[in-house]
Design a binder for this molecule. Structure first.
Ligand code: KDG
Ligand code: MG
Length: 402
């Protein structure tokens, strides 16, 4: 059996996506996601110019060997562009293998560990009242876990809060917009939001918050302690994690659970965080961390250390990553939760998929493979548009973490 062609499809149905479609002489094709928000064309070029020519004629069933061929064989290891490209191929190959076996991907991985996948939604508002109302609406729609973000008084824009009625997910400008940040006001305001969310939603709803890397470890420790009375499911990315040892300070000071890792692209980014049990949930995801083959290694390491998965699932990961993630979530023994940020209607029609949401949970469906495809002729109607995430500055102009 041979790989006969690999198409690299860049399209923008609502936002930009990079998709690899791997074709074989066995009739089955597989689809993988290589989207890297704001750097899409770098992954597309890496795939087209450096990966595709090396794979034509290879046996698509040799997933492990192809993974190492692309990782070790390239000599230059890791990095978001490389690992997103490897993920796109890896997920497409798992899709092919499951289709050839005539089974949904979760069966190939080892079968169901649970019946359905708990997901969390984004609740947000320009102020606390709006955020609480939004969370109540999500609760009525069935969500049992809700992330809370709200505007901070005195800051024109705040991460996670949409403006002008647009959906939140901010890669929306042809050049990066500039936002202002004030840590003191943020630390003062966020506990007030969670006091209201907990009293408004009651004790059962899981509450989450994303700090988006904006605090120092000591400030993160302060926030974690201030949030303890509201029993969060997690506090996400409280500080940048390049310095993994710095998380010891946060861990020693607070019992608020910690989730880290949507920017990680390999096991080496989280090895110390996991091995020292400095986090509770790892947010590395299939699309950015080398696909199913590598994410499985991260999950197994995490399992040894009581760390559970909490896959990043924002709209800049395509429905292909969502589909693959839901199969993985259904199987992985140390599952925690899955982020669910619904895609736009345009995205959903370009990527027909078998997964479904009901009553606060998602299921991947029973279609062979990962259950997500791309409609190429429809995709061609949505050409790439340059779009960037904002940058963040302190009020004195210093460039800060975003
Ligand atoms: O590309 C960046 C987004 O995916 C990110 O900002 C979303 O933080 C995010 C989240 O938790 O979903
Ligand atoms: Mg996040």
């Amino acid at each position: 059996m041979k790989i006969t062609a690999i198409k690299v499809i860049v399209c923008s149905p609502g936002r930009n996506f990079v998709t690899a479609k791997v074709e074989t002489d066995a009739g089955a094709h597989g689809v993988g996601d290589g989207t890297l928000n704001g750097r899409e064309l770098a992954v597309a070029a890496y795939l087209r110019d450096h990966v595709v020519p090396c794979l034509i004629g290879r046996d698509p069933r040799r997933i492990e060997d192809i993974w190492h061929y692309l990782y070790r064989g390239a000599y230059w290891r890791r990095g978001p562009v490389t690992m997103a490209a490897i993920a796109a191929i890896d997920v497409a190959l798992w899709d092919i293998k499951a289709k050839l076996a005539g089974m949904p991907l979760y069966q190939l991985l080892g079968g169901r560990s649970r019946d359905r996948v708990l997901v969390y939604a984004h609740g947000h508002g320009a102020d606390i009242d709006e955020a609480v109302d939004d969370a109540l609406r999500l609760r009525e729609r069935g969500y049992r876990a809700i992330r809370g973000q709200c505007g901070i008084p005195g800051l024109a824009r705040t991460y996670g809060v949409p403006v002008d009625g647009k959906d939140y997910e901010p890669a929306d400008a042809p050049l990066p917009a500039e936002h202002a940040w004030n840590t003191g006001r943020y630390l003062e305001h966020v506990p007030k939001l969670f006091e209201r969310l907990r009293s408004g939603l009651g004790p059962e709803v899981a509450l989450l918050h994303d700090v988006h890397h904006r605090l120092t470890p000591n400030e993160a420790a302060q926030l974690g302690r201030a949030l303890e009375p509201f029993r969060l499911f997690w506090m996400e990315d409280p500080a940048p994690a390049e310095n993994q040892a710095a998380f010891r300070r946060i861990r020693e000071m607070t019992t608020t659970p910690i989730a880290v890792g949507e920017v990680f692209n390999s096991i080496h980014d989280c090895h110390q965080l996991i091995a020292e049990q400095l986090i509770d949930y790892v947010r590395a995801n299939i699309g950015h961390s080398g696909g199913i083959t590598h994410m499985r290694r991260i999950a197994h390491l995490a399992e040894l250390h009581h760390v559970r998965t909490g896959f990043h699932g924002a709209t800049d990961l395509s429905p292909v990553t969502m589909g693959a993630a839901l199969h993985f979530d259904l199987w992985v023994p140390n599952f925690g939760i899955q982020e669910h940020m619904p895609h736009s209607a345009e995205t959903d029609v370009v990527f027909p998929h078998a997964y479904r949401f009901a009553d606060g949970y998602m299921t991947p469906g029973e279609a062979p493979g990962h259950g997500v495809d791309i409609d190429e002729s429809l995709a061609a109607k949505f050409p790439y548009r340059r779009a960037y995430l904002p940058v963040n500055r302190l009020e004195d102009g210093t460039l800060w973490h975003w």
